[in-house]
Design a protein around this ligand. Sequence first.
Ligand code: ZN
Ligand code: ZN
Length: 256
Amino acid sequence: MLVDSHCHLNFPELSGRIDDALALMRDNRVTHALCVSVTLQDFPQVRALAERYPHIYASVGVHPDYPDVPVVSEEELIDLAGHPKIVAIGETGLDYFRIKEDCEWQRERFRTHIRAARRSRKPLIIHTRAAAADTLRIMREERAGDVGGVMHCFTESWAVAQGAMDLGFYISFSGIVTFKNAVELKDVARRVPLERMLIETDAPYLAPVPFRGKTNEPGLVKYVAEEIARLRGMSLDEVGAATSRNFFKLFLAGKG
Ligand SMILES: [Zn+2]
Ligand SMILES: [Zn+2]
């Protein structure tokens, strides 16, 4: 059994062929997926998917790569997170790779999400790119460790992984870990304790080898798990069982 802890089923590449995506999940024994919100404008579609399909969960948040959307408040996030299928706040975080100008608004938006997560007692889904030091600093300053969460699509160093795990966060690996040139990341995937690890697709992006460059979908998380199993000398079932257990512990503790 496998769980895709992070995908965007509502994005146009996938929204027109949900039935096919769900069928591939079934074929590859991917039992659940978490569909992650990137703006409040797209949130109703994300929530609708979670309402329609029992094995799809959802989050609420405004991604750091969207500079031109309205400022989001803690109250709005807390209100939308009150829904029973909304299991996390995010994705949120910092991305200095795509947005080059002054990023104070990103940091403010990130702080708002952490505060909302703490008040609503929901874990955080954190995106960080070219901004690891600031990301960890703000997580510490805002006491993100009170609720924990996941560093999604992890591509940082072992030191950054350790910093996040010290705050109680999980480390989630995407299809990038299957790329031949991801040497340092493969090493991190060998070292992260199994009980702190999640797997994801970030579909429709970042399809794993041997589908690199194609449209990704949740069923392909199997290839991420297979690569981690290979790197660690374990079976696919062991990696699947551990990462699925972690998913339910983090996002659905006390909800079966
Ligand atoms: Zn992301
Ligand atoms: Zn994402």
